[in-house]
Design a protein around this ligand. Structure first.
Ligand code: XMP
Length: 554
């Protein structure tokens, strides 16, 4: 996709919502998303937009400042992403980081050249003039760099504030012209005064009020959902994970029983997960909830399948079909029974009556990182149903309700806490859609194996929580290979299952390291598994990082 074809994200916040915003323009840097997150951590709403969106699009946000991100290009390369000079005429301060700084220097009369030696990683910054941007910071400080091009002379009228080993000008500012530049990356943890620099820029240069937080816009989101939905009916597929849970609760707080949630229990869930969803949503929050017990149907569908992708496909397709059947009932009223599945309803569910007004809206837990990664999309999209929940009549359209579109994952957790979602759900580790189905490996999925795996998994989670490590781990779970080994228990020979423990730390699941769980914890977990779960007589630990391994075994 060329730059021009990349869709421009729609502002995820309503135009009439009065919050200070700073726009981060993405020039392709590795840490651009992180800059937007750090700005939000300072208390200022921030959007990441592709660098080419143009000044009109930026101006529409009425930003109080603009940040130009880093990027891999050299400002002198013929295909280097350029800086539109009209951005500098919007009357708001501009902070360039790394490539962004070099662009400012080149555009405004400074001198940028390729240095003899690049600077990659930890570097030492010497502050020669604190100015506004580096006010209150030490003269010498570590800073994270990643560049070869270097600013040798700051833009006309700007003052050089700092230098580093290979950067004669590692920071500059011109208060008069409203331009600021830093060669280093303030957004990474290896730059200890980076967050302070960003905060100074936001507070003292852009005069932002630093009072934005995801949690305190929950009320606004609720107002927006009300406006969008009116008195229409809404459907939400609940998975038990944090995103769909928070999205559903927000919508329920906005429009009450106009929302019906559908939870499909495919029997591949963790222990007590279905009960927890029923208890939290059906009983506690009193959200109209349809729980579809499709355990047998899935088991039958999975019979004989061992190949990972075949299992994934079978589970995914079956899931969509069941969800559609339920959604259809709710959307048009009446409808056919879901074959081979039993439904249990909580609250005021009107699926059996012909509904003159069917559900028009579908809730999705889309996050801001999804919005960025998919290149934007249009928030107001009315999608053809078959693009989303295939199989519904072609002329049936759902409008999407996406109350988390503006939020990063950690912000979704903050909102979840704010609106009263139990801690256990807010902090739940990620769990794959195909669930335990891709953790029974090498053999057929059976009820016995599912029960064995579920019990072992529950023991692991319980002990990890008791040791206070649950939130430190990206994921922790068990895997059940189709292997039996010989053991001796109670003076008798056994021939039981091997269970593998997989626990990893990670920031984003793209890479992961195996977690160094304490020996005492591992010992306790293994002892409990072989003691309490009859079919298990051996426990092993997976010590592979990603890459070369993946987090899941399949
Ligand atoms: P891998 O195993 O590829 O997993 O390192 C990375 C992250 O993705 C999750 N995962 C899945 N999630 N459907 C999902 O919804 C899937 O089929 C699936 N496979 C892996 C995995 O749990 C980890 O967080």
């Amino acid at each position: 996709m060329t730059d021009a074809e990349t869709p421009v994200p729609v502002n995820p916040l309503p135009a009439d919502l009065k919050v200070d915003e700073v726009v981060v323009l993405d020039f392709g840097g590795q840490y651009s998303q992180l800059i937007a997150r750090r700005v939000r951590e300072c208390g200022v709403f921030s959007e990441l937009l592709p660098h080419h969106v143009g000044p009109e699009e930026v101006a529409r946000r009425k930003p109080k400042g603009i940040i130009l991100s880093g990027g891999p290009a050299s400002v002198y390369s013929p295909d280097a992403p350029p800086l539109d000079p009209r951005l500098l005429e919007l009357g708001v301060p501009v902070l360039g980081i790394c490539y962004g700084m070099q662009l400012l220097a080149k555009e405004l009369g400074g001198r940028v050249e390729s240095a003899e030696v690049g600077e990659y990683g930890r570097s030492q910054l010497t502050v020669t003039e604190h100015g506004t941007l580096l006010k209150g910071q030490p003269d010498d400080q570590p800073a994270w760099m990643s560049h070869r091009d270097t600013v040798f002379t700051p833009p006309t009228g700007a003052v050089a504030l700092a230098s580093s080993t290979s950067s004669p000008v590692a920071a500059f500012e011109s208060v008069e012209r409203g331009i600021y530049g830093i060669q280093y990356h303030p957004e990474v943890v290896h730059t200890p005064y980076g967050q302070q620099t960003l905060q100074t820029f936001l507070r003292d240069v852009c005069h932002c009020s630093l009072d934005w937080s995801a949690a305190n816009i929950a009320d606004e989101q609720i107002r927006l959902i009300r406006e969008q939905v009116g008195d229409g009916k809404v459907i939400c597929g609940l998975s038990g994970g944090v995103d769909s849970s928070v999205a559903a609760l927000l919508v329920h707080q906005a429009v009450g029983d106009q929302l019906t949630c559908v939870y499909v229990d495919h029997g591949l869930m963790r222990k007590n997960e279905t009960e927890q969803v029923e208890k939290t949503f059906g009983e506690h929050f009193k959200v109209p909830l349809v729980v579809v017990d499709a355990k047998q149907r899935f088991l039958e569908r999975l019979r004989g399948l061992t190949e990972p992708e075949a299992k994934r496909k079978a589970i995914g397709n079956e899931f969509i079909r069941i969800f559609e059947e339920e959604a259809l009932k709710l959307a048009v009223g009446g409808g056919t029974e879901v074959e081979g599945a039993e439904t249990k309803t909580f609250g005021d569910v009107h699926a059996d009556e012909p509904a003159p007004e069917g559900a028009k809206f579908l809730v999705q837990g889309t996050l801001y990182s999804d919005v960025i990664e998919s290149g934007g999309g249009t928030g107001a999209a009315t999608i053809k149903s078959h693009h989303n929940v295939g199989g519904l009549p072609d002329d049936m359209t759902f409008a999407l309700v996406e109350p988390l579109r503006a939020l990063f994952k950690d912000e979704v957790r903050a909102v979840g806490t704010e609106i009263g979602l139990p801690e256990r759900m807010v902090w739940r580790q990620p769990f794959p859609g195909p669930g335990l189905g891709i953790r029974i490996v090498g053999g057929e999925i059976t009820q016995e194996k599912l029960d064995t795996l579920r019990e072992c998994d529950a023991i692991l989670q319980e002990e990890i929580r008791a040791a206070g490590l649950y939130r430190d781990l990206w994921q922790s779970f068990c895997v059940l290979p189709d292997v039996r080994t010989v053991g001796v228990q109670g003076d008798k020979r056994t021939y039981g299952y091997v269970v593998a423990i997989r626990a990893v730390t990670s920031d984003d699941a793209m890479t992961a390291d195996w977690a160094r769980l304490p020996y005492e914890l591992l010992d306790k977990v293994a002892g409990r598994m072989v003691g309490e779960v009859r079919e298990v007589n051996r426990v092993v630990l997976d010590i592979t990082s990603k890459p070369p391994g993946t987090i899941e075994w399949e």
